[in-house]
Design a protein around this ligand. Structure first.
Ligand code: ADP
Ligand code: MG
Length: 317
């Protein structure tokens, strides 16, 4: 009997899509994505069943900015729609580049993007305190007008002007999960891009998009739990999770238990909004059921990390 392939959910970070040194154009993004797909293809060649999730912060910001800037000529897109648009074009580029990379290695593996809705709780406390700045900068007068007209929450952003802020609620359920499960048997599936399009479930209306941002690390974790993945691999720009990060006594972590990770979390070693959600997602995943493994590693060393020779591995015990 052939052994069942291991299932892996890979969360791609911002560095997998864009390069800080190049223009934030779609064309430059495709070039970065082509390089990223070489690392992803290495994993495919090691015979894993793969579901890919990715971030979308800068992309969503720009689509929204374009849409808001053009408000006098065409109606601005609502935020949930902008999220879906970003899933579409990032997924399109990943599909094209990954198929080509695999074909070049003699592997014809289908790659498919699934526009993914993720249910959040409309009572999530995050809605009481929106913190994620998105889209354009406005003057105070414009900001107050938008707040009055549209009900947006507007906040002053570090002396740079006023911006809309949205909530970052926790993901509760992936609407298309059964489809992900079916598709990933034979295809590489790109799902929950940007953390998924956040929707709430209303008794009368059913699913309804909301202006919010779900952290892609938490969405990838939920995806991994729900497809019963063996590994959650969070790829980012640094080699390891560190304690005393950026301090003289920085210590890179090779392998830690969930309990140790929680201890470090409580001591404030991981920055909120960047490393903290990754470590929290890793802990949640390994606690979700026995024999799960989470790995936080550099995109450029992904394959080494899967072999245990790089990155930070989080296990239950
Ligand atoms: P991504 O786009 O991959 O989600 P983020 O910027 O959100 O990337 O999070 C990864 C970043 O977190 C790293 O590049 C690093 O600068 C930062 N970081 C904060 N605290 C830590 C820590 N304790 N150990 C390692 N990296 C950390
Ligand atoms: Mg991040």
């Amino acid at each position: 009997m052939t052994q069942k392939k291991q299932k892996i959910v890979i969360a791609l970070g911002g560095n997998a899509l864009q390069d800080a040194n190049s223009q934030p154009t779609a064309e430059a993004q495709l070039e970065v994505i082509k390089k990223t797909c070489k690392y992803v293809a290495d994993i495919v060649e090691n015979d894993y069943q793969i579901v890919l999730a990715h971030g979308n912060g800068p992309q969503v910001g720009r689509i929204l900015l374009a849409s808001e800037t053009a408000r006098d000529v065409t109606p601005p897109m609502p935020f949930d729609v902008v999220g879906a648009m970003s899933q579409g074009y990032i997924g399109y580029q990943l599909q094209q580049a990954l198929r080509a990379e695999l074909a070049g290695r003699g592997k014809n593996v289908p790659v498919v993007t699934l526009v993914t809705q993720v249910v959040v709780n409309d009572k999530d406390p995050a809605f009481q305190n929106p913190t994620k700045p998105i889209g354009a900068f406005y003057s105070e007068v414009e900001a107050k007008k938008l707040a009055a007209e549209k009900g947006y929450v507007m906040k002053e952003d570090a002396g740079r002007g006023w911006r809309r802020v949205v909530a970052s609620p926790r993901p509760k359920r992936i609407v298309e999960i059964e489809t992900v499960k079916q598709l990933c048997e034979n295809s590489i599936v790109i799902s929950a891009g940007g953390g998924g399009v956040p929707v709430v479930e209303l008794p009368e209306e059913g699913l309804k998009g909301v202006a919010a941002v779900i952290d892609k690390d938490f969405a990838a974790e939920l995806l991994a739990e729900q497809i019963d993945a063996d590994i959650l691999l969070i790829l980012t720009a640094v080699e390891n999770v560190a304690v005393n990060y950026n301090k003289p006594d920085q210590m890179n972590l090779k392998s830690i238990t969930a309990a140790k990770a929680e201890e470090y979390i409580s001591k404030g070693h991981f920055a909120p909004g960047s490393m903290l959600p990754k470590v929290e997602a890793a802990v949640k995943f390994v606690k979700s059921s026995p024999n799960k493994k989470a790995v936080i590693a550099s995109l450029y060393n992904a394959i080494n990390a899967l072999e245990g020779n790089s990155g930070t591995i989080i296990t239950l015990s």
